[in-house]
Design a protein around this ligand. Structure first.
Ligand code: AMP
Length: 365
């Protein structure tokens, strides 16, 4: 019997932000129904879902009701508490699986996992910022990792939040304060030529398919633009595919995974992995034959993956906070595909939408 879902089946999504919304739109196109579980009111994904459960991740009744009404559960962010996942998994499969979530929830576990499977990361050392000997732990970490370095909270950091740079040996105390007693990790600062990411997918049948790497520029720790193709040679591109494939296979992964990489003179270094669709893959909806969202839904629904060929050179730019003021001008631009998330309030640092500009037909690197 085929494991592939027929249209009409119901996919549950944990998290109702813009990623959930774009997953829901792709799923609808494939004939599936979407139920969203999101603690916050009026989630962007709610507008395109059949059902929205507005409840916290410790509301057992709501979680039970959600799980009972869906055929599979996926997620748009990695910080879902383990108890909620236990409860859901008693009813339906979770794809990508729990191991993928566990390793990416904690920066220390993630780096250890990557090193165990033979992949390079920045040098790192754990620092418990809440311990009485935190200063001594940090001094020890700085001597093993070196400075400059970045102190990051192990959990719940995103878009550069929960991070403090240490530029010299005197910068430790201030960085430690910024960690608010959290468990942290000190990472050596990587001297990279560029940042790229690979959006990769693995199907239920184990087949792996990678979108071409995008080149990312971050501003204040938040992704600003992704340009495809990245200015890398074929060897680097193929090695980046190899890194993504190694991670997917090691996790027995089903779905789309984002892998952020530093390109350095000494080779590729993995910055972090995201067990979900990724902001740096938004270009795929405009520049490739299939979007990362549809590829992900295909994987979790047991459909075969599509060869994710790129047909155009593109640049995706995030519209963050006040960038929304650019929308009237972008609307009139030729070759600019605008995507807005339907969020009511534009706060600083909040992702409100993105625009992907078609630069021309796919050039070869
Ligand atoms: P992260 O939230 O860990 O992805 O960090 C956000 C951004 O900060 C990255 O995309 C890099 O631009 C920069 N960054 C983070 N960690 C390092 C590192 N160890 N070395 C150099 N740059 C880093």
């Amino acid at each position: 019997m085929s494991d592939a879902f027929e249209p009409g089946r119901v996919i549950g999504i944990l998290g109702g932000g813009q990623l959930g919304r774009m997953l829901a739109m792709a799923a609808a196109r494939m004939g599936f129904h979407i139920h969203v579980y999101e603690p916050g009111a009026n989630p962007p994904a709610g507008e395109v879902a059949q059902k929205v459960f507005t409840a916290s991740y410790d509301d057992r009744d709501a979680l039970e009701a959600f799980a009972a009404g869906v055929d599979v559960v996926t997620y748009e962010f990695e910080n879902v508490p383990a108890d909620a996942l236990d409860l859901i998994e008693a009813h339906v499969p979770i794809r990508p699986n729990r191991k993928a979530l566990a390793v990416s929830q904690d920066r220390l576990d993630e780096k250890q996992f990557l090193n165990e499977i033979g992949l390079a990361t920045a040098p790192f050392a754990p620092v418990d910022a809440g311990a009485t000997d935190a200063a001594a732990q940090l001094a020890q970490a700085m001597s093993s990792v070196g400075v400059p370095a970045i102190l990051k909270t192990r959990r719940l950091g995103y878009d550069g939040k929960g991070q403090a740079r240490i530029m010299d040996v005197h910068g430790g105390a201030e960085a430690l304060n910024a960690m608010a007693d959290a468990n942290a990790i000190l990472e050596g600062l990587v001297d990279f030529d560029r940042e790229i990411s690979v959006i990769a997918a693995r199907g239920l049948d184990g087949r792996i398919a990678c979108f071409e790497p995008g080149e990312n520029v971050h501003t204040d720790g938040i992704l600003h633009t992704t340009r495809v193709p990245a200015a890398i040679d074929r060897g680097t591109r193929d090695r980046a595919f190899g890194v993504a494939g190694t991670i997917l296979a090691a996790l027995d992964y089903v779905g789309v995974l984002g892998v952020e990489l530093f390109v350095t003179g000494e080779g590729l270094i993995v910055n972090e992995i995201a067990p979900r669709v990724h902001n740096s893959g938004h270009w795929t909806e405009a520049g490739a034959v299939i979007s990362q969202f549809e590829q992900h839904i295909r994987a979790v629904a047991g459909w075969p993956l599509v060869d994710p060929l790129r047909h155009s050179d593109v640049e995706m730019t995030n519209l963050i906070g006040d960038d929304l003021a650019q929308v009237p001008a972008i609307r009139g631009e030729t070759g600019a595909l605008l995507h807005l998330y339907g969020k009511a309030e534009a706060r600083p640092g909040r992702k409100m939408g993105h625009v992907t500009r078609i630069l021309g037909p796919a050039s070869d690197r």
